[in-house]
Design a protein around this ligand. Structure first.
Ligand SMILES: [Zn+2]
Length: 294
């Protein structure tokens, strides 16, 4: 399965633009996904992913949520999510700094998705409370611009078991930068995150989803083993879906942002997250930990 997500440096430069603009721009802007998946980096090999029954996970690993999980969910006005299956013994995507794969979807036939949260502008204490309560795993792709405003905020989220990964120092459009500047943005942010949080990022997400072969090379040189893009982008009440049928598919990576009322038309970060979790729950998916799969 690994071959399906292998890095294809040759085509990278040609395909970067399709993802431009949406990530980290306005909260509710029209997405770039109208015409579907722009290129072949999107793990097409998961034919069984289309199995609408999730390969039997309905009955098997989908154990009923314990009472406390149900109670925690209820406190936030939610139904409990289906329990995530155990982490796989072998990660389906191999991180490799020598040739970082570009990943938007993890090869799996289980009904799991991965939540990623970017930038770090909003630092809502209620969100920490919510995640402590719900124990939903997520991966943070942060800019130093926002981290340095309050590193302790993200440490609280890290202490819940969520990792801090790399999204550049200052959120530039990488394809407009030369090799040295790209390297500075990636290595510089990894240095900062390692100093602040004790672990060097091995995952990188380019701002706006824009990257070229120089980006991939620079990321690898900074110790990054995989470049993580996304399939769905959470807005305020719903997601922009890649697929015309507007449904999640097994293994999808979902993009969200640390955003507050000024970017969410008055809604809070916890309201946005509750909306996201409702959509995931309603489609019968569990949220798994990305680091268990890459
Ligand atoms: Zn961003």
């Amino acid at each position: 399965m690994r071959t399906a997500v292998r890095s294809r440096l040759g085509v990278v430069a040609a395909v970067v633009l399709a993802l431009a603009v949406s990530a980290c721009g306005g909260a509710d802007e029209p997405g770039p996904f109208g015409s579907g998946t722009p290129h072949g980096l999107d793990v097409p090999g998961t034919a069984s992913a289309e199995n609408p029954n999730g390969a039997g996970s309905q009955g098997g690993s989908g154990a009923p949520a314990p009472g406390d999980a149900a109670a925690a969910a209820a406190r936030w006005g939610l139904e409990p999510l289906r329990a995530a299956p155990p982490a796989p013994a072998v990660k389906p995507v191999k991180a490799d700094p020598a040739a970082p794969p570009v990943v938007k979807r993890i090869p799996t036939d289980q009904k799991i998705v991965f939540v990623t949260i970017d930038d770090g502008a909003e630092k809502d204490p209620k969100f920490v409370e919510m995640m402590r309560d719900l124990k939903v795993p997520f991966t943070m792709f942060l800019n130093d611009t926002y981290v340095r405003q309050d590193p302790g905020y993200f440490r609280k989220l890290q202490e819940l078991g969520n990792s801090v990964q790399n999204h550049t120092l200052d959120h530039p459009n990488m394809v407009k930068l030369g090799p040295d500047a790209q390297k500075r943005e990636i290595c510089g942010n990894s240095d900062r995150i390692e100093a602040e949080y004790g672990t060097r990022p091995y995952l990188f997400r380019p701002p706006f989803g824009n990257y070229n072969s120089t980006t991939v090379q620079a990321a690898g040189g900074c110790g990054v083993g995989a470049i993580i893009l996304w399939r769905e982008a959470m807005q305020i009440g719903d997601m922009q879906y890649v697929d015309a049928d507007k449904t999640l598919k097994p293994g999808d990576v979902i993009l969200a942002h640390f955003r507050g009322p000024s970017d969410l038309k008055g809604k809070t970060m916890t309201q946005m997250m509750a909306n996201l979790l409702r959509k995931i729950q309603a489609q019968g998916f569990a949220v798994a930990r990305l680091e268990d799969y890459v």
